[in-house]
Structure formats: structure tokens, C-alpha cells
Write a protein that binds this ligand. Structure first.
Ligand code: THU
Length: 133
């Protein structure tokens, strides 16, 4: 099943994490509408606030590679932690309502959706000027 490959990619991406400050390694993987899987990992900065989460690295990397439509997202952490608020906003903006798989280091997977993670979301539909693309 495709989603198993997606979850495995997120688990594998944890190894690429650069997390010398928190020690909390996160991997993520986005499934695109053509079946391509794009991975990301958290990258921390000595100026802590500049850190970028794994989910956003995966999605921004996918966008930079020309993908604009996503069908699922997987996140892997040590303890099954769920996406932060900033990532939830970005996931909603770029993916709308998709399944989100959250795995822990033992491979236990919880399935949720981006709508469940971000109820009553703010998004482009509330802006008076609509986005160009
Ligand atoms: N982190 C993520 O990569 N994704 C999240 O959704 C939660 C937090 C990272 C950021 C930081 O490098 C570390 O986990 C601890 O907050």
C-alpha cells in the first residue's frame, strides 16, 4: 500500500534531522497527486526561532520541485507527537483536507486528518484579495 511507503519515508527522514538543540528528531513525507513521495526533516538553528519543522520542509521542498497537489502526509517522531500549530496552518493552506499519519519510533501509527488538526481554519477563502496561484 502506498501509505506504508509514505510512513516509512517519514520514519527514514528522522535520520536526516538536524536537532542538536532539542534532540527531538522529526521526519515527514508528503504524497503528491502523481504518487511522488517527498521527504523532509526538522532543521534547527542556533537562533532557535529560525528552526524549520519537518512537515514544512517536506511541503516546501515538494512545492519547490513543482508539486502543488497533495493526497496524504506522514510525520514520524520518537513518541508520536503531532504537528505544531504553525505546520497545521501550512498543511491546511497547501493540502486542504487530507489524511495525516503520525508514527512513533516503534512504528505505531495514528491516523487523523488535516481538518481534525485544524478545525475552523483561517485560509485564503477569508481574504478579500484571492491568491493568484
Ligand atoms: N518539530 C517538528 O519538526 N515538527 C512539529 O510539528 C513539531 C516540532 C521540531 C521543531 C524542533 O526542531 C523540535 O521538533 C522540537 O520542537
Amino acid at each position: 500500500m502506498k501509505d506504508n511507503a509514505l510512513i516509512q519515508k517519514a520514519i527514514d527522514m528522522r535520520k536526516k534531522s538536524v536537532a542538536p538543540y532539542s534532540g527531538y528528531r522529526v521526519g515527514a513525507a508528503a504524497m503528491t497527486d502523481d504518487g511522488t513521495i517527498i521527504g523532509g526533516c526538522n532543521v534547527e538553528s542556533s537562533s532557535y526561532g529560525l528552526t524549520c519543522c519537518a512537515e514544512r520542509v517536506a511541503l516546501y521542498r515538494a512545492v519547490a520541485e513543482g508539486h502543488r497537489s497533495f493526497t496524504a502526509l506522514a510525520v514520524a517522531t520518537k513518541n508520536g507527537g503531532s504537528p505544531c500549530g504553525a505546520c497545521r496552518q501550512v498543511i491546511w493552506d497547501l493540502c486542504k483536507d487530507i489524511p495525516v499519519y503520525i508514527a512513533d519510533e516503534k512504528g505505531k501509527v495514528r491516523e487523523t486528518t488535516s481538518r481534525q488538526l485544524m478545525p475552523d481554519a483561517f485560509d485564503a477563502s477569508q481574504l478579500t484579495k484571492q491568491p493568484n496561484s
